[in-house]
Design a protein around this ligand. Structure first.
Ligand code: ADP
Ligand code: MG
Length: 306
């Protein structure tokens, strides 16, 4: 019996897609290639573009995308602020902050949520990437839903926290928790746009409806100008037909939303996390680093990132 292409690919046969071409939806799906010029326009406007990286599923590449998109935007001369809005604080550790330091409430975004009169500037930390700052997370963010259940205007807290520094950055990226609760609602309320990272696995597609419905609710109720900047296919494995099938499926369901840039699956991401640095520093010339640089240019050219 003839093996299907998926069976063959599982047994290690070579893919028909060249490595450098795996980072583009249009090429993988056999369409005309898109080009995002290396030279980008200067940031416009005084106000930072606030972008939430959202998906209620864990392990899809939200934190990795926040760090590496941020680093790529900073390389393009943008002033970038990252916010770790997840109780696992994995972005905070991914940026090289140790566990003991994370346990300290003071100086974290949790501390700011609990004291809205505290000056946000006192919590802003420098990363190893020039031009990229961050505000660290805290494990107690896990209790946000119950802590703020009866708070008045609880969805406006993050917007209020960011207001004093909104003119001091070009792009503010929020690494959201894998839930659609109080924290994510706060992030979406404070945001101009959303990027939805999606692992190239069939079950991940099923969760997309829930994210897009939540965003529609926020638009209708609180933040009418919130836009979805795009769905980002992550962990794309060019050796499997499955990754390509999933990509075609998302493209069919959300044709305008699927970003052209694809992030390849590679262990270099886990390795760079262990080292506490973005892949753009850890493996600067790798295809994976270049995929995030291309994402930054795509977003700028689409009018997403500033
Ligand atoms: P999330 O924030 O959505 O939970 P993460 O960004 O933490 O997801 O990624 C989950 C795990 O997968 C991490 O160990 C990370 O290093 C790894 N990872 C992320 N993106 C990729 C990728 N493109 N290829 C391989 N591993 C990845
Ligand atoms: Mg995460």
């Amino acid at each position: 019996m003839a093996k299907s292409s998926q069976d063959i690919s599982r047994f290690g046969a070579k893919s028909t897609i060249a490595e450098e071409d795996q980072s583009s939806t249009s090429i993988v799906l056999g369409r005309k290639a898109l080009d995002f010029p290396l030279k980008v326009k200067a940031p416009s406007g005084d106000k930072a573009r606030v972008i939430s990286i959202v998906n209620q599923k864990g392990g899809v590449g939200k934190t990795t995308t926040t760090i590496n998109l941020g680093a790529s935007l900073a390389e393009l001369g943008r002033r970038v602020l990252l916010i770790d809005f997840d109780s696992q604080a994995s972005m905070t550790s991914g940026l090289g902050i140790n566990q003991v330091a994370i346990q300290e409430q003071y100086g974290s975004i949790w501390h700011l949520l609990n004291d809205l009169n505290e000056d946000v500037r006192g919590t802003i930390l420098k990363t190893s990437v020039p031009g990229m700052d961050f505000i660290r997370g805290h494990y107690d963010l896990a209790g946000a839903d119950s802590r703020f259940a009866s708070e008045i205007a609880k969805e406006l807290m993050l917007r209020k926290i960011l207001a004093p520094i909104i003119n001091e950055y070009d792009d503010i990226l929020i690494d959201c928790s894998p839930s659609l609760g109080t924290l994510t609602v706060n992030a979406l309320t404070a945001s101009d746009g959303v990027i939805i990272p999606m692992e190239c696995e069939f079950f991940a597609v099923l969760g997309l409806d829930l994210v897009t419905k939540t965003i529609e609710k926020i638009v209708a109720a609180i933040n009418p100008h919130l836009e979805v900047y795009g769905i980002l296919a992550t962990m794309f494995d060019r050796k499997t037909a499955h990754s390509r099938e999933v990509l075609a499926l998302i493209d069919g369901q959300f044709p305008k939303l699927l970003l052209d840039t694809i992030i390849p699956r590679t262990v270099r991401f886990s390795e760079s996390t262990v080292k506490g640095m973005p892949i753009t520093t850890f493996a600067s010339s790798s295809a994976a680093a270049n995929s995030y640089r291309r994402l930054a240019r795509e977003l700028i050219s689409r009018g997403g990132a500033n």
